[in-house]
Design a protein around this ligand. Structure first.
Ligand code: P53
Length: 484
């Protein structure tokens, strides 16, 4: 299309994660993953939006003994494990150029510290990748998306233990070697910054086992940075024509007012978010973070060679999720209103989703421009979308105009950012098929172009049904974003 703002070969598609999609949690030799232990908590019993952490040894023991609840939605997912052919055919019908999925680490190494991989797990992803390639859909594969083997939590307290680096690199090399002719686009750790607010899901840490929580989190992150850089190195060696990126939950932060105090608070919030990409793209720890560590009595233990590996093997591109923006205030005792996911301050210029996420399409353009200025590497939006309640009408249709509106506005701003000079590789909308929510384990928080008949308790036929947004997105891709 001549009038498109998007470059030729732009990678349009959808994004998912194994733990929210596959189900079959105990089939094909798979070991338990951390998210297999997270139960559904009904809305009226939830403190806030994030209920995904297992916090203590005792809590984990109870869950394993079957005493901590019986609704584990991520164990069932949406049964992609058995229905991937049907689902991929629907993605192909929409014209997907790429499909983002994760490999479930415990399908390949059930305990995480095993020496030999599980052939049945490897064979499953061979079939999935072959199916995608049959339709010319490029797989975009996340190595670790909140689904590390549970055994690594039990035995090592997750990424706090340096030995995880070797286990992860062995896993990464195994899948690079196996899929080197099928997969060219890779991501290391999904939303690597998630550990700072969810240490169990981000790093496999049971917080009751550590004395200094922040110390443990940042030490675990150091191990992940090193593991990620070594994976980058291995990926380039094993698959020379590959591209491998990092992945950040991008939190664009605005000052509440133009008061310098608020501006400074917003800047410092932003630095805490950009720290992760500073390390992974620039290749070294930024001075503001070293200062933060010093002030908070955090000491990162590094081995000789760690700094070199970070510097020598930065990522090829930067990918991120974008759902909302946030507001920071410099006055600590100010009453914070509820309504924002993390900081609690409401932006009066924005509307919120049914889950209180503040919808901000222009924030996407701002964030794209800011990150491209800072890093000068290609960007990839690998998650964006609207979690909403959908209604199936009597005639079977699902009229998700609100979703179309959300995506249209964001894609439009992405187009404007390209016109502004930002280099963007692609866009994969989150949860292109309805799946289990990461944050709340709900099925009823839906993101898809494809409806899946299942409720929060696992009732339903699992039948797939196109929503109104299905045909809309199909036309977006067909016109390379010219017709929104
Ligand atoms: P759900 C928090 C903030 C932003 C993104 O989230 C987040 C989270 C964690 O909930 O996670 C990403 O399902 C994540 C996906 C997740 C998606 O956003 O809670 O990478 O796994 O499903 C949406 O609505």
């Amino acid at each position: 299309m001549k009038n498109s703002r998007f470059p030729e070969g732009f990678l349009w598609g959808g994004a998912t994660a194994a733990n929210q999609l596959e189900g079959a949690y105990n089939e094909g030799g798979k070991g338990l993953s951390i998210f297999d232990m997270v139960t559904f908590v009904p809305k009226d019993k939830r403190g806030n939006n994030i209920e995904m952490d297992v916090k203590s040894e005792q809590e984990l023991e109870e869950l394993l003994a079957g005493k901590g609840g019986d609704n584990f939605p991520k164990r069932r997912g949406i049964d992609f494990y058995h229905r991937y052919k049907e689902d991929i055919a629907l993605f192909a019908e929409m014209g997907f150029k790429t499909f983002r999925l994760s490999i479930s680490w415990p399908r390949i190494f059930p305990n995480g510290d095993d020496h030999e991989p599980n052939e049945e797990g490897l064979a499953f992803y061979d079939k999935v990748f072959d199916e995608l390639l049959k339709y010319d859909i490029e797989p975009l594969v996340t190595l670790s998306h909140y689904e590390m083997p549970l055994h690594l939590v039990q035995k090592y307290n997750g990424w706090t233990d340096r030995r995880l680096v070797d286990f992860f690199v062995h896993y990464a090399e195994t899948v690079f070697n196996r899929y080197k002719n099928k997969v060219k686009y890779w991501l290391t750790f999904n939303e690597i910054n998630v550990s700072t607010f969810s240490p169990y899901i981000g790093s496999g840490i049971l917080v009751d086992r550590v004395e200094h929580k922040e110390q443990a989190i940042y030490q675990a992150l150091h191990h992940q940075f090193v593991a990620s850089a070594r994976a980058v190195k291995a990926c380039h060696e094993i698959i020379p024509d590959s591209k491998i990126g990092c992945m950040l939950a991008r939190m664009e932060v605005y000052p509440e007012t133009c008061s310098p105090d608020d501006v400074l608070a917003a800047l410092e919030e932003d630095q805490k978010n950009l720290f992760f990409t500073d390390v992974q793209v620039r290749g070294y720890y930024p001075s503001y973070m070293l200062s933060y560590f010093e002030k908070n009595n955090i000491h990162i233990h590094m081995l000789p060679g760690d700094e070199e590996i970070l510097l020598q093997h930065p990522v090829d591109f930067l990918s991120f999720s974008y759902y909302m923006s946030m507001v920071a205030s410099g006055s600590p005792d100010k009453e914070k209103e509820k309504g924002n996911f993390f900081s609690g301050i409401k932006n009066p210029y924005l509307e919120t989703s049914d889950w209180g996420w503040q919808i901000d399409p222009k924030g996407l353009r701002i964030t794209l421009k800011k990150m491209y200025d800072r890093y000068q590497v290609p960007l990839f939006i690998v998650e964006n979308g609207l979690g909403a309640y959908d209604k199936v009408e009597e005639d079977g249709s699902i009229n998700d105009d609100y979703r179309i509106e959300y995506l249209r506005a964001h894609i439009d701003q992405m187009g404007e950012a390209i016109v502004d000079g930002v280099e963007i590789m692609g866009y994969t909308s989150w949860g292109c098929i309805d799946l289990i929510s990461a944050g709340t384990s709900e099925m009823s928080k839906r993101y898809g172009f494809i409806y899946v008949d299942q409720d929060d308790y696992g009732n339903g036929t699992l039948e797939r049904r196109k929503k109104k947004s299905f045909d809309w997105y199909k036309q977006v891709i067909a016109t390379n974003g010219a017709q929104l």
